[in-house]
Design a binder for this molecule. Structure first.
Ligand SMILES: *Cc1c(COP(=O)(O)O)cnc(C)c1O
Length: 392
């Protein structure tokens, strides 16, 4: 089908809930994509941080195929090897005790929130269920995770929302203490606010929050849906902040493109959710877990070092453009935010796309770059050349 034919079907039959780019992607290889009209793009999006192994990775595709030909799905009422293997690799590498597998980031965060509330209920009883989250955060699109998201415009239309969330300004201990109270059971945060504009939290602030949580027996909940699974150059971003969460979530990059999300708990929280407390029909599906095992095979210490190094290379390359449209560069590893001035972030994204470079936006004025973790130096250089053309 041509782009116009696909677009007509989409507009006729699909809920128009996305501000879609005027492109239909057809296929890809590595970090390079082609649209239905044959135009080539360097991809700095990886489908919003999902396609960590890029496109058409043969090992990944074969693992999914092989698993599909053995058993593509069976319910969680049975043990399966890919699920058990993935959990047994992920939890120790993260310094955690045990995993729960679901299908998406919001669902992972729901499970993390349930863990915090049940932990507190069993130990302290009712009335201690409030979770402090940060302003400008993003935690998902379900009714509860919308409310957990610390941005007012997500709290419209869908009333009544789940109760029990209060918001503190990021990097401001005084504000966190000001909204604290006897009803609090947890603090939940992203270490780099992704959708909010690629804003890394300060390390001393994160450590102070972790210390306070330990003192008050509030659970420290880290949303690593975007930052996790190698994106920042370590398996999880918290490993660079010198903290140990009680629960952390992951999703986007974990299965390299198949729907997958979940959470890890530490020893203290291992027995909070028990049989009947939580579940998912599709969660930890054997094909998705097999894909997750391939991602884990790839994320060696050497590979993670290369993610950090390529991220630095890309940030340096953007800085070297000396572009009048750049107000600042932030991020860790291959999660990069470029502050945009002199035009809107959406205008810049569209101009780059016209020249063959796909980027994301975030917050009010940020160009967000989440390339596949396997992107080559050559592909980065091609992307930088397009940026030079558009932004100099
Ligand atoms: C993307 C994202 C989510 C939501 O994930 P879905 O898979 O879309 O439900 C939650 N938290 C963070 C930090 C995210 O980046």
């Amino acid at each position: 089908m041509t782009f116009s034919e696909i677009k007509a079907l989409d507009q006729g039959y699909v809920l128009q809930t996305y501000a879609r780019n005027q492109v239909a992607i057809d296929h890809g290889k590595g970090a390079t994509l082609w649209d239905t009209e044959g135009k080539q793009y360097i991809d700095f999006t990886s489908g919003i941080g999902v396609c960590s192994l890029g496109y058409a990775n043969e090992t990944w595709a074969k693992a999914i195929y092989d698993q599909a030909m053995k058993v593509g799905h069976i319910s969680n009422l049975f043990y399966t090897e890919p699920y058990a293997r993935l959990a047994s690799r992920l939890a120790p590498a993260a310094g955690m005790a045990a995993a729960f597998f679901g299908n998406s980031g919001a669902e992972a965060n729901e499970g993390m929130i349930k863990t915090a509330r049940k932990y507190s209920f069993e130990k302290y009883g009712q009335g201690r269920a409030t979770i402090i989250t940060l302003k400008n955060s993003f935690h998902g699109r379900t009714i509860t995770t919308l409310k957990a998201t610390g941005q007012d415009h997500f709290h419209e239309y869908f009333f009544p929302f789940t109760e029990g969330f209060r918001y503190a300004a990021a990097n401001d201990m005084d504000d966190l203490l000001a909204v604290a109270g006897d009803d609090v059971c947890a603090v939940m945060m992203e270490l780099i606010q992704g959708e909010g504009g690629v804003n890394p939290l300060q390390k001393d602030y994160v450590q102070a929050v972790a210390k306070l949580c330990a003192e008050k027996d509030w659970l420290l909940l880290i949303d690593e849906v975007q930052t996790g699974v190698g994106r920042t150059g370590t398996l999880f971003a918290y490993q660079q902040f010198g903290i140990e969460p009680d629960v952390c979530t992951f999703a986007k990059g974990i299965a390299g493109g198949l729907p997958f999300g979940g959470f890890l708990v530490n020893e203290k929280c291992r027995n909070v959710l028990r049989a009947g407390d939580h579940g998912s029909t599709f969660g930890g599906n054997p094909m998705a877990a097999a894909a997750g095992n391939v991602v884990m095979d790839v994320l060696t210490p050497e590979f993670l070092a290369a993610v950090r190094e390529k991220g630095q290379y890309l940030r340096d390359g953007i800085a070297a453009l000396n572009s009048p449209y750049v107000s600042g560069i932030r991020g860790m590893g291959l999660m990069i935010g470029v502050g945009v001035q002199g035009m809107t972030h959406k205008e810049l994204k569209d101009k780059l796309m016209a020249e063959g470079l796909l980027c994301l936006t975030a917050g009010a004025d940020t160009l967000r770059l989440l390339p596949p973790l396997v992107i080559t130096k050559d592909e980065i250089d091609q992307g930088l050349a397009i940026m030079a053309k558009v932004m100099k």
